[in-house]
Ligand binder design. Structure first.
Ligand SMILES: Cc1ncc(C[n+]2csc(CCOP(=O)(O)OP(=O)(O)O)c2C)c(N)n1
Length: 672
């Protein structure tokens, strides 16, 4: 016991929250708000699982929790398990009263009933009475859940069930010290976390602590050697029925790998680079469709998305499944059913939390969302990364499938949604996380996207971020080349370089689809206007490959870095996101100051695609002008820079008059 006490919440010991070393846990809960979303995620496709989710009344005030009661509209009693919410009203948070704590049972009951639950109240402060009542209520709730399930599984789905929800009202700090320093503690906010703050120096506090601890009757519970008495230990369930041994809470134990179709079967024909346009994410939609098909029996894959599956061009999935909604359906609904596997809910918190619960219990999925609104769940991603990182250091934790993100509708192509939809900051968030758990991929075209997606869906224990736009875009690589390029993470594109494998004057580097388009077009322009300039084009798919290898496992060696970017030549780097990310990643590389990153710099509005890159100074013209500025000894640099300015002026005038891009920009294709 001494060992346990010395370990608890001490340096080198075990953390105070329900953290990764705690058997039976799938989330720390330290950042409040997610208990219900995780519970629903764990229950989906787990027909025999009942997830009891204890919601603190403080936690219930958070936006994500307030928004997560709706999970019952997606829980199908035929194929899913159940969630039993237990709203715990102890009426205080850290130092103030809770909103629900000060509401009548009537109001709380109406709230839960309005969300489609049947509330059952257990209230009191006498431990033995409340325990008995709570135990009876639990039993009734579980029987009700089993009744709903067996009915639905026998007779088929008829209507959305009214699931039970328990409201438990007990004093905060119940059975702890009642009065400390003359002030009431039990039943007040003062009971939060540490009711006796000064036991080392204050003998009265120490005495109160001893009385409190002795109230648990340790001499009855433990023998003289401090071992738990067998008769009490025997009360616990056996084997996997024990809370700490539930295999669902160590998801890798029950995980079945996805049966993935060969991604090369979905390849787009690319006879010549940069000459055909496609919506790249459509190809991914077809791959996802067949993943649903191939894994139908296992029922271990779902797509999570805030109402944008079609908009994100992933609509092929609707050939084999539907959007899930366990509510009333009407004739005009489009691909909505009670058993759909596409989880569309306009709440990034719900999507993320459900997927977390789903993967942490061993299943697989993808969260596809508009790029700018991924930042709504920045914090959830951070918590998940911390969890995975901590789990990876615990030997009994088995690897769980990765949490995969697809960010589409990117900052560069939100032509009509404008400034609010232009924000690539989720990348910034992800790259700061522990290298052992984060991966960032920027496929430049459909074939690269397919290769990257296949890789991510096979992986475990990562947050995989894939960023690519959904609009028509030029395709660059044949499938074989794409596959090799993605495996290497970064590479020289000889077909648009003119350094003939020798030392170039300048490197044009790029990461991201639009950045790639502008870079290749810049190389093309430089060929026309400055053919003697030796240009090398380098494309980066795996962003973390830029890091020095001691900072990220994907980091390429310095030799390879030099073989791509040279040892000392200027590099003009067009990047999908905020340019600072590139500087952050390449810090420590040889002569890092020769890298000049262009990217999104918070310029935006409703405008044309090319105007976006012009406003953010990442257009092909800007990249050419950078190359001219940084490459040494260009005799007619002044004249060429003036030409660049003139092209930009022409663009501005044209866009303002015609509301579209110059034809030579919008119709541009690669030519040798
Ligand atoms: C998102 C978030 N905001 C703030 C906190 C700080 N915090 C820790 S405990 C707590 C009060 C929680 O109250 P409640 O959920 O009722 O739990 P209980 O009373 O059972 O401790 C707060 C605000 C947090 N952990 N997470």
């Amino acid at each position: 016991m001494l060992k346990l006490f010395r370990q608890f919440s001490t340096p080198g010991g075990i953390p105070s929250h329900v953290s990764a070393p705690t058997p039976g846990s799938i989330h720390e809960g330290g950042e409040l708000g997610y208990v219900l979303v995780h519970a629903f995620g764990a229950a989906f496709d787990n027909p025999d699982l009942i997830v009891a989710a204890v919601v603190g009344d403080g936690e219930a005030e958070t936006g994500p929790l307030e928004g997560s009661w709706k999970g019952n509209k997606f829980l199908n009693p035929v194929r899913d398990g159940a969630v039993l919410p237990i709203l715990h009203l102890n009426e205080y948070k850290i130092s103030g009263p809770t909103i629900w704590g000060r509401e009548s049972d009537d109001r709380i009951g109406s709230f839960l009933a309005g969300h489609g639950y049947e509330p059952v109240f257990v209230e009191g402060s006498d431990p033995m009475t409340v325990h008995q009542e709570f135990s009876a209520t639990l039993e009734t709730a579980i029987l009700k859940i089993r009744d709903i399930q067996s009915n639905a599984r026998k007779n088929g789905f008829k209507e959305r069930p009214v699931w039970p929800a328990i409201v438990l009202r007990t004093p905060k700090g119940w059975t702890g010290p009642k009065i400390v320093d003359g002030l009431p503690v039990e039943g007040t906010f003062r009971a939060h976390q540490v009711p006796l703050a000064n036991v080392r120096d204050n003998p009265t506090h120490l005495k109160l602590l001893e009385e409190w601890m002795r109230s648990y009757r340790p001499e009855d519970l433990f023998d003289e050697k401090g071992r738990f008495q067998g008769e009490y230990a025997a009360l616990a369930p056996k084997g996997q029925r024990r809370m700490g041994a539930n295999p669902h809470a160590n998801g890798g134990l029950v995980s079945v790998p996805l049966d993935l179709p060969g991604f090369t079967d979905y390849a787009l024909e690319v006879a010549k680079p940069g000459t055909v346009r496609h919506e790249s994410t459509r190809a991914l939609g077809e791959l996802l469709r067949d993943i649903f098909k191939k894994n139908a029996k296992q029922a271990n894959f779902r797509l999570f998305c805030p109402d944008e599956t079609n908009s994100n061009r992933l609509g092929a999935v609707f050939e084999v499944t539907n959007r899930c909604l366990v509510s009333q359906l009407i004739d005009i609904d489009d691909h909505v059913s009670h058993d759909g596997r596409v989880m569309e809910v306009l709440s990034e918190h719900n999507c993320h939390g459900w997927l977390e619960g789903y993967v942490l219990t061993g299943r697989h999925g993808l969260f596809a969302t508009y790029e700018a609104f991924a930042m709504v769940v920045d914090s959830m991603a951070m918590q998940h990364a911390k969890w995975l990182e901590h789990c990876s250091r615990i030997s009994w934790r088995r690897p769980v499938p990765s949490l995969n993100y697809l960010l589409t509708s990117t900052c560069w192509r939100n032509d009509h949604n404008g400034f609010s939809h232009q924000g690539p900051g989720f990348i910034d968030n992800i790259v700061t996380k522990k290298p052992s758990v984060v991966r960032v991929y920027l496929p430049p075209d459909a074939n690269c996207l397919l290769s990257v997606a296949d890789h991510c869906l096979r992986s475990v224990n990562y947050l995989n971020l894939i960023v690519i736009d959904k609009q028509l875009q030029l395709q660059w690589l044949k499938m074989d080349d794409a596959r090799e390029h993605c495996a290497r993470g970064a590479g020289t594109w000889e077909w648009c370089s003119n350094d003939q494998g020798k030392e170039p004057d300048v490197v044009l580097a790029c990461a991201g689809d639009i950045a790639t388009l502008e870079t290749v077009a810049a190389a093309w322009l430089l060929r026309q206007y400055l053919p003697e300039l030796k240009v090398r084009v380098v494309n980066v798919v795996d962003l973390m490959a830029l890091c020095p290898p001691d900072r990220h496992p994907h980091g390429m060696t310095n030799d390879r870095f030099i073989s791509l970017f040279t040892a000392n030549k200027p590099v003009v780097f067009a990047f999908h996101g905020y340019p600072g990310v590139i500087h952050q990643l390449i810090h420590g590389r040889p002569e890092a100051t020769r890298f000049h990153a262009r990217g999104y710099i918070e310029e935006g509005t409703t405008t044309t695609p090319f105007d976006m890159v012009v406003l953010n100074k990442m257009s092909r013209v800007h990249l050419c002008m950078d190359a001219i500025r940084y490459a040494p000894d260009i005799s007619n640099a002044g004249e060429l820079l003036a030409k660049g300015e003139a092209v930009l002026a022409k663009h501005r005038a044209y866009v303002q008059e015609h509301f579209e891009d110059l034809p030579e920009v919008s119709n541009w294709v690669w030519s040798d």
